[in-house]
Ligand binder design. Structure first.
Ligand code: LLP
Length: 402
């Protein structure tokens, strides 16, 4: 959909994030459809964009929620996602988070270590509840993505190896306070190659067969994680149907529900970060375009050297090399280095694309900068879904120093 960035800037000021909700539905339906040969649950990875309206929009399509804190679980419940569609993952859950998750009676807790399994069993026993669990297996497969978002190798902190997983399934089966119902793996994010996914789902599917025959544990959920890549630059993406088919092939002969927990795939390309030019300046021979957004609003370029396509609205001519930078007092505060942009003037709008995932959710208040506005577009209509923070918002939790 063509978005009128200028009109939105006049109405809501800059910087802002805008999300195309129709695109989000399209992505959800494409993936759900790809798995239609089986029982499946798409559980949106809330961390990618946890705005309540975004989570609700996905929930309304039928999505569940993959959560990594009790806060995310509560977001999902608040917008009406059914508890039986909510999964709680993460390597370091606190006792109180485990307790709340059990009290909230969500679908399952995804356990990431033996120590954590023992803790879950203990907390469940104290509450006289049975904890439904899945175990995150680390298949030791290289996902061929950025090292910071790679999780499927033993050198990464995530999940447990196959032998540990087997021990944990035995424990969970024999313990009266735990019930093993699922298995999980997630090898990394922004995946653009199918082969590592194929390798890992085959390893995990073999394990499912193995624990079924050897341990007599019949699992109900096979969670393939998230990780499907999107276009930032000129990436060739994994075809959704090939992806689903690969998973379904691996599960041949097993009666098990497929769970998939994408974040970026559902929301990444729905979002644009819009900022305006404040000034241009030349230091020596280096041209800088200084904008009102900064690394605290969208940290991916600073943190991962991530590429986001940048354009100047309504200008294409007279381009030259520049760095696009924000007002924060860090040399790492940039959106792009050495890209070609047209000559800009004060108030020109700059659009930073593919910003719907891990954009706003990773924002901070560094330099006492309020978080920006978030806007949804649906059926051609815009709606403010988070207002811009004020100075009062920023100091609201601080005690006055006397
Ligand atoms: N499931 C698990 C267990 C995960 O750890 C993640 C992401 C997902 C699902 C969703 O992954 P997705 O489908 O969005 O790729 N901040 C980084 C990404 C970190 C991803 C963390 N885990 C970035 O900006 O690229």
């Amino acid at each position: 959909m063509a978005i009128n960035f200028k009109e939105l800037a006049e109405k809501y000021q800059t910087p802002y994030y805008v999300y195309d909700f129709d695109y989000i539905s399209k992505q959800y339906n494409e993936l759900k459809d790809a798995f239609k040969a089986r029982k499946s649950l798409i559980s949106y990875a809330v961390k990618a964009n946890s705005n309540l309206s975004v989570v609700k929009h996905l929930g309304d399509q039928g999505s569940g929620a993959d959560c990594v804190s009790i806060g995310e679980v509560k977001r999902a419940l608040k917008v009406g996602i059914a508890k039986y569609k909510i999964i709680f993952s993460g390597v370091g859950k606190t006792d109180s988070e485990i307790k709340e998750a059990l009290e909230l009676d969500i679908l399952m807790i995804n356990v990431e270590s033996e120590a954590e399994l023992h803790r879950v069993a203990l907390v469940a026993k104290e509450l006289a509840k049975i904890a439904r669990i899945s175990i995150r297996v680390n298949p030791n497969v290289d996902p061929k993505t950025h090292p910071y978002i790679s999780t499927g190798l033993h050198e990464n902190k995530f999940g447990v190896d196959i032998d540990t997983a087997k021990r944990m399934y035995i424990f969970a089966k024999n313990n009266e306070s735990t019930e093993p119902i699922g298995i999980h793996c997630h090898i990394g994010s922004q995946l653009t190659e199918l082969e590592p996914i194929k390798e890992s789902v085959n390893i995990v599917a073999d394990l499912v067969r193995n624990i079924k025959s050897a341990l007599k544990i019949d699992l109900s959920f096979f969670d393939v994680g998230g990780g499907l890549g999107i276009v930032y630059d000129d990436e060739t993406l994994i075809n959704t149907y090939d992806y689903a088919q690969t998973v379904l092939d691996a599960l041949f002969g097993l009666d098990i529900t497929v769970v998939c927990e994408p974040g970026r795939f559902l929301v990444g390309n729905s979002g644009t970060f819009v900022t305006k030019v404040l000034y241009e300046k030349i230091n020596g021979s280096k041209r800088f375009v200084i904008v009102d957004g900064a690394m605290n609003d969208l940290i991916r370029p600073s943190l991962y050297d991530a590429y986001h396509k940048i354009e100047v609205l309504d200008k294409t001519e007279d381009t030259s090399d520049c760095n696009v930078v924000g007002p924060v007092c860090e040399s790492g505060d940039f959106f792009a280095k050495n890209i070609k942009l047209p000559k800009t003037e004060n108030n020109d709008l700059i659009t930073i694309h593919s910003a719907g995932a891990y954009g706003f959710t990773m924002a901070s208040n560094y330099n006492t900068r309020g978080k920006v506005a978030e806007i949804a577009l649906e059926d051609g209509k815009d709606k403010l879904i988070r207002r811009r923070e004020t100075f009062e918002d920023l100091i609201a939790h601080e005690e006055e120093y006397l």
